[in-house]
Design a protein around this ligand. Structure first.
Ligand SMILES: [Mg+2]
Length: 117
């Protein structure tokens, strides 16, 4: 009898804790690591680092404003930042079908603009 009560209380405590966690952290469905606001902040931070890595690699190739960073290291940095951004995008559980549709539309527009040049 005592064992039954302990198990039941554990189940109730778990459900209450889980409900509180979801309410307190304002999580998107299926998001498990961090609250949405922290995922958005992390995405912005990593997107900024990705921009810096892309600009650094551009400097390596351009050579107008020399940098001691080698091409290999700059490419590794770019890959790392792309991975960081993709991790946050994955965790935000965005609608990949919608994103792919937008990507296709933008790719077609980009091609048209280049062809019309
Ligand atoms: Mg990073």
């Amino acid at each position: 009898m005592a064992e039954f009560i302990v198990l039941d209380l554990n189940k109730v405590a778990h459900e209450v804790a889980e409900r509180a966690r979801k309410e307190l952290t304002n999580m998107l469905p299926g998001t498990t690591i961090l609250p949405v606001v922290e995922l958005l902040a992390g995405l912005a931070e990593e997107a900024s680092e990705l921009a810096q890595a892309a600009l650094k690699l551009r400097r390596v190739y351009d050579k107008t404003n020399p940098t001691p960073k080698t091409e290999g290291v700059a490419i590794d940095d770019l890959y790392e930042e792309v991975a960081d951004v993709m991790l946050y995008v994955d965790q935000l559980k965005l609608n990949i079908v919608d994103i792919d549709r937008i990507k296709n539309e933008k790719m077609n527009r980009w091609i048209r603009r280049i062809e019309q040049k």
